[in-house]
Design a protein around this ligand. Structure first.
Ligand code: SF4
Length: 286
């Protein structure tokens, strides 16, 4: 029998679900709502929200609507201040796990810690976190560690982007401890459990199937990571953002297919993919 093994943790994570549901509800009430950047890195979801009236801008300066939603990635303190000064009605849907990092960074910065964020320099979540302390540095890789100067007498605190892979974070932290000679280095694990769990489950599934479908938007950083992880464990790994990606796969060659998804992939798409596979004789197994 041809089998489909679907990961237990698929679909929106708690933070994305909360932001998308709030956006839909607000659009029903207000008919128009603005945001900076996509609410979720998934074109299928964004298309639906835009059809309902969501306007997506690149910068706060361009916004024309009076109602503004902060997406789950959060915004820097300065950007929120700017919005408030311009009399926007703000709906803050920053994920509570991201908000927690904002508070941590703010407190640590007030306690004179030099803060290092490990993560993607261009990711909106990282840029938002950076805006909660003084002179925060972003470390993307080991080389970045030595790009900055650290006083021997200073205190350093390290936090991570929520979607980082734990082993990657731990490896950079070990290098920071080795290379940065300061009086104190405080390391905080701010990785979201949701992404950690999905990565672990994806490895298990990828090991036991002939092919893995990683469902999610090409711009979603956690989906991209899942794809990289699965590729190491399974020869046939496909990034599926939409149905046209599926039509290029020859399902006659695979007996068992695994399905995993990023945290911004909607349930309806996962269900549609499962139904599509059933046409090739696959049965979903627990
Ligand atoms: S991945 Fe975690 S931190 Fe990011 S939005 Fe989802 S629940 Fe929040």
């Amino acid at each position: 029998m041809k089998k489909i093994i679907v990961a237990k943790n698929v679909g929106f994570c708690f933070g994305v679900k909360r932001a998308v549901e709030a956006t839909e509800k607000l659009l029903d009430e207000l008919k128009s709502l603005s945001t900076v950047g996509d609410i979720v890195h998934n074109p299928l979801v964004m298309e639906k929200l835009k059809l309902k009236g969501l306007k997506v801008y690149n910068s706060i300066e361009d916004i024309k609507e009076k109602h503004f939603l902060i997406r789950s990635h959060g915004l820097s303190k300065n950007q929120i201040k700017k919005l408030k000064n311009s009399n926007f009605k703000i709906y803050d849907m920053t994920c509570p796990f991201v908000k927690k990092i904002h508070y941590l960074v703010e407190d640590l910065s007030n306690m004179d810690y030099n803060i290092l964020i490990i993560g993607d320099k261009n990711h909106p979540e990282v840029l938002g976190i950076k805006g909660y302390g003084k002179d925060i540095k972003i470390i993307e890789n080991k080389l970045d560690i030595l790009r900055y100067k650290y006083k021997k007498t200073s205190k350093v605190a390290v936090v991570s982007q929520t979607t980082l892979n734990f082993d990657y974070y731990f490896d950079i932290v070990k290098n920071i401890i080795k290379l940065v000679k300061t009086k104190e280095i405080l390391v905080l694990n701010t990785i979201c459990k949701v992404t950690e769990e999905r990565e672990k489950e994806s490895i298990e599934i990828a090991k036991k199937v002939d092919a893995v479908l990683v469902l999610g938007g090409k711009e979603s950083s956690n989906t991209k990571k899942l794809f990289e992880i699965c590729k190491k464990e399974c020869k046939y790994c496909f990034f599926v953002e939409n149905f046209s990606n599926l039509s290029k796969i020859n399902f006659n060659s695979f007996n068992n297919v695994g399905i995993v998804s990023g945290t911004s992939t909607p349930d309806f798409f996962i269900k549609e993919v499962i139904e599509y596979l059933k046409k090739f004789g696959y049965k979903e197994v627990a």
